[in-house]
Design a protein around this ligand. Structure first.
Ligand SMILES: [Zn+2]
Length: 261
């Protein structure tokens, strides 16, 4: 039994390592460059980096590194021990893409185009394998259209907000409620989960985002740091869509419990 777990643990560890590496270098250089310390910019040797050692100036790697390693090992073991229609190896590749988008959006509020291109390919293949080409394409189209509607509402809202801020003599930032990266991301996730599950994905992600925002507002109110403008800056949407997609792909039993048919 224990031997059986070695494969998913190793795969999960490798996936976590790749997610950490991509998240460290892609936002900085947009290519597969040599990893540098995120605090002082000094270069890691391969050994230092692989073994999560401190940089030459003594800075420890961020806490995120460990969170990613543990989360992906757990997800890998779960996927391995709970087979679904989608093969384990597909799920292993997918968790790298989902992990990279999640971490980079959390840390930089950024969804990179090369990641999106790679993600589209993965999602198209996995979508077609698990539910056929037509639902895959329809899922992507559905995601795109729904998100474009939200996006233009967001643009409208930002304009109204900017006008109000100007009227109050405040400096206007160019904060977007919903970025173009989010629209592209949900299109990709639409390929992945297909039609009609894309509706469910958007619903679940929005609920999840709403719940977290609620507690964030409560927390800010308690610590007396609440102001309506701060909230928009705080919350990236991408991670919630990623969580929604992970729920659908990796935990379909949970999904069945929610949906009667
Ligand atoms: Zn350093």
């Amino acid at each position: 039994m224990l031997v059986e777990w070695i494969i998913p643990l190793l795969i999960g560890w490798t996936a976590g390592w790749l997610v950490n590496y991509f998240s460290d270098v892609l936002p900085l250089t947009r290519r597969f460059s040599k990893p540098v310390c995120l605090q002082c910019g000094s270069q890691f040797s391969l050994k230092e980096y692989l073994l999560f050692q401190r940089c030459p100036n003594g800075h420890a790697r961020s806490f995120r590194v460990w969170l990613v390693q543990i989360a992906l090992m757990a997800l890998s073991v779960y996927a391995y021990s709970h087979p679904t229609a989608l093969d384990y190896w597909f799920k292993a590749v997918l968790m790298i893409y989902l992990g990279v988008v999640f971490v980079i959006d959390m840390e930089h509020r950024l969804i990179l185009h090369p990641t999106s291109v790679t993600g589209s390919l993965i999602a198209l293949v996995l979508g077609t394998v698990s539910h056929g080409l037509t639902p895959t394409l329809l899922g992507g189209l559905g995601g795109l259209v729904i998100m474009l509607v939200f996006y233009f509402f967001g643009v409208l809202f930002a304009r109204i907000r900017a006008r109000r801020m100007r009227a109050q003599g405040m400096e206007v930032d160019d904060e977007e409620a919903l970025g173009q990266g989010d629209v592209i991301l949900v299109t990709i996730l639409g390929f992945l989960v297909g039609w009609p599950l894309i509706w469910f994905l958007i619903l679940v992600s929005t609920l999840l985002g709403g719940i977290v925002s609620f507690f964030l507002v409560i927390g800010l109110l308690i610590t007396r740091r609440y102001n309506a403008n701060a909230l928009m800056v705080f919350i990236p949407y991408g991670p919630y869509f990623i969580l929604g997609a992970a729920l659908i792909v990796y935990f379909p039993n949970f999904l069945k419990a929610l949906l009667p048919n």
